[in-house]
Design a binder for this molecule. Structure first.
Ligand code: BES
Ligand code: ZN
Length: 449
């Protein structure tokens, strides 16, 4: 290992040691400390850095010395991470990074500290070797992505001029398989909601009242089941109205993409079979079709043995992944209308909308898109595959709308990186590759007219 690479790993490990969990208020101090560390790191590289307070966690903005006539590139990332539970399933401490078997193991190793660090370190290397960058660069790092970026849209709106840019680069997505450079040109959006079903005023003896009073647990199960037909199509009125149909070129292109065959999916997920909307491949189901997913369901007795209870209440949490040109607010209304319409007799149904985000799409073969593809090819020695992503980064569409710039999604996460789960890890080869890629990327983006 070169001395330079060891230093880069040391920086990365330091960054990983902050338990910057944005959902957990007891970690508020750690999220802030992590943001402060970034300010120090970027300042030490000779960039001018600002820490902007928001009603939540601070936004960190850094820039090099901008020069007239150069393209302006904004690189986005997030320094907050997901919670670590269940802790007992980790093989090493989530905030005690370890290098084992060619991977770095820690919460945030991939999502997103590892991926965003490759850009920071790539820029540091370029600045130290050349003294300047070939582009005007803006780093925009937030601490609230994992809670839906509640304060970033107002920040973008109030700092539109300072953040004006020609193109955005983001490494917070995936690579379809090891050694297969991947550029994303779409993201699914999301709409979340929660339904509460109420029956009697308190739990009842199921012998004394069962059969004469509706059971909320049965009712919630019926509601969950009403979302799909038997084939897996979503059965909500108007749900597919605004779905942008898949283009032939996408279907042909995705049929050649590795990492998403039935076998690949069974291998990474351990499921007994694949399932989904008839008429679409797994890749198409993941990247270009919307979903209705139950994330949680609860009611009644769940302890040992049986308890003859008729529960007073039941609940379910849903999220709907959306594709262009579905609108999360419109879908939330359609979902609520569906749940109310399908409310079984004898119970009351209440629906609460949760957070949402719009789907994103951009032309992968625009001039900047082509430059992104060249950078991936030069850094990883192979032509990249072009995909849309199943996950969501809501701010990407907001940046397209507010700043008028598209995002190149240069993902470095592999299917077994376990983001959001125990034993999250990042392949060292992708950490190294990312540092290389970020430098080639700036050179390629600088050439776009
Ligand atoms: N980095 C992920 C999103 C992602 C991962 C996109 C892999 C594509 C491929 C991000 O941190 C995330 O998990 N986002 C949430 C958004 C939600 C909280 C609004 C998601 O997708 O569930
Ligand atoms: Zn992320």
């Amino acid at each position: 290992m070169t001395e330079q690479f060891q230093k880069q790993l040391d920086d990365y490990f330091e960054f990983l040691r902050f338990p910057s969990i944005s959902t957990a208020s007891e970690h508020a101090g750690d999220v802030r400390a992590c943001g402060d560390w970034l300010v120090g790191k970027l300042g030490g590289m000779g960039m001018s850095v600002e820490l902007h307070e928001t009603p939540g966690y601070p936004v960190v903005v850094a820039r090099n010395a901008h020069r007239e006539g150069l393209n302006t590139v904004l690189i986005y990332g997030h320094y907050d991470v997901q919670p670590v539970d269940p802790l007992e399933l980790w093989d090493s401490g989530p905030f005690e990074p370890e290098l084992r078997d060619g991977r770095v193991w820690a919460r945030g190793a991939t999502d997103n500290k590892g991926q965003m660090m490759t850009h920071v370190l790539g820029v540091e290397q370029m600045l130290s070797e050349r003294g300047e960058l070939p582009v005007n660069l803006i780093f925009l790092f937030e601490g609230e992505e994992e809670i839906g970026s509640p304060n970033l849209v107002p920040f973008l709106e109030s700092h539109k001029e300072e953040l004006a840019c020609d193109i955005i680069a983001v490494s917070d997505t995936g690579m379809v398989a090891r050694g297969v450079p991947t550029m994303g040109y779409g993201l699914r959006g999301i709409a979340c909601c929660e339904v509460t079903v109420r029956g009697p005023k308190g739990d009842l003896h199921s012998g004394l009242y069962g059969g004469a009073v509706a059971n909320p647990a049965t009712a919630v199960a019926r509601l969950v089941a009403s979302l799909h037909d038997a084939d897996g199509n979503i059965a909500i009125d108007g749900f597919y109205d605004d779905v942008k149909p898949l283009e032939d070129w996408e279907r042909e292109m995705w049929a050649q993409v590795p990492g998403v065959t039935r076998e690949d999916i069974l291998d990474t997920t351990g499921s007994p079979d694949v399932f989904g909307e008839p008429g679409y491949s797994s890749a198409e189901r993941l990247w270009a079709r919307p979903t209705a997913e139950v994330n949680g369901i609860g009611a009644g007795y769940q302890g040992e043995g049986s308890k003859t209870v008729l529960p007073a209440e039941a609940m379910a949490k849903f999220s709907f992944r959306l594709v262009p040109n579905q609108d999360p607010k419109d879908i939330a209304e359609k979902v609520e209308a569906h749940l109310i319409k399908h409310a079984p007799a004898g119970v009351s149904v209440e629906v609460h909308a949760g957070h949402d985000g719009k789907p994103y799409y951009a032309d992968p073969n625009s001039a900047f898109g082509k430059a992104g593809q060249v950078a991936l090819e030069k850094a990883f020695g192979k032509k990249p595959v072009l995909i849309r992503e199943g996950g969501s980064i809501p701010i990407i569409k907001d940046m397209q709308d507010i700043l008028g710039a598209d995002s190149l999604l240069l993902g470095l996460a592999l299917p077994d990186c376990q983001i959001h789960a125990p034993n999250e890890n990042f392949y060292v080869e992708n950490f190294e590759g990312g540092i290389r890629m970020s430098q080639v990327l700036l050179d390629e983006l600088s050439k776009v007219e």
